[in-house]
Design a protein around this ligand. Sequence first.
Ligand code: ADP
Length: 273
Amino acid sequence: PSPSNLDVTLQVQVIPFGASQKLILARDVTRVVQLEQMRRTFVANASHELRTPLTVLSGYLETLHGMEAELPESLRQHFATMHEQATRMQRLVNDLLTLSRLETAPRTREEPVDVPALLAGLREQAELLSAGNHAITLEAQPDLSLLGSRDELHSAFSNLVNNAVRHTAKGGAIRLRWVADREGAKFSVEDTGEGIAPEHIPHLTERFYRVDTARSRASGGTGLGLSIVKHVLLRHDAELRIASELGQGSVFTCVFPGSRVIRAEIPARATPA
Ligand code: ADP
């Protein structure tokens, strides 16, 4: 065989057998691993290639946006749809690229991340998205921070916060909490929104899984948000817990282990905006 054919991936299982014997099962998963690698490379390349023409298209649409008033009434609606769909496609491609990077990039550089400051910024973003329709509160322990990637954590936390806003009706409440307990540090997003039926919960972090596809699309969702959250948390040795009750609301909690926690306020210059 050629040297590349010598790369074999085995999945090994050791099973105690009888008093002092062990049974070793080895399964050749080379092909599975190769196919997974091909899938990742394909998605990364496809999203990368789509980005440039899409940027050009959106650029022109943006220019035309200012001239909308000059268009005949019959074309205005078509134009608005084109603009909306191009924006959606850009969001989708960006999310696909983010996800590919999370899956393929080597471990992230670990820096002290000022989580309370990051959350204060996210709360402001949420207020903008909510446009005054929700009561949004933030409770954050000021001396509690993390060792990790600021960009990745921002991406994960903002997905959770945006989801809460998008899935909670006008007049609802959204509560952001960042606290430490015996298990480690926890960031939770609690909403009084539509909630999720129990059978959907185990699938929510799968790519493109949506409880209500049409509704999710209409509210600007790509179906990739919670996959991004899952991958970011994996890269930070953290775990995502989801508790929800249909019609009552949901709580999404990110649990970070003590080894990632920094118990000190981080000087502002250590985490540039
Ligand atoms: P999307 O872009 O569709 O929101 P996500 O991966 O972020 O994709 O979420 C997957 C699905 O999980 C959503 O389509 C929605 O049905 C459900 N979901 C996520 N967050 C919430 C929430 N806070 N309340 C109710 N449902 C939610």
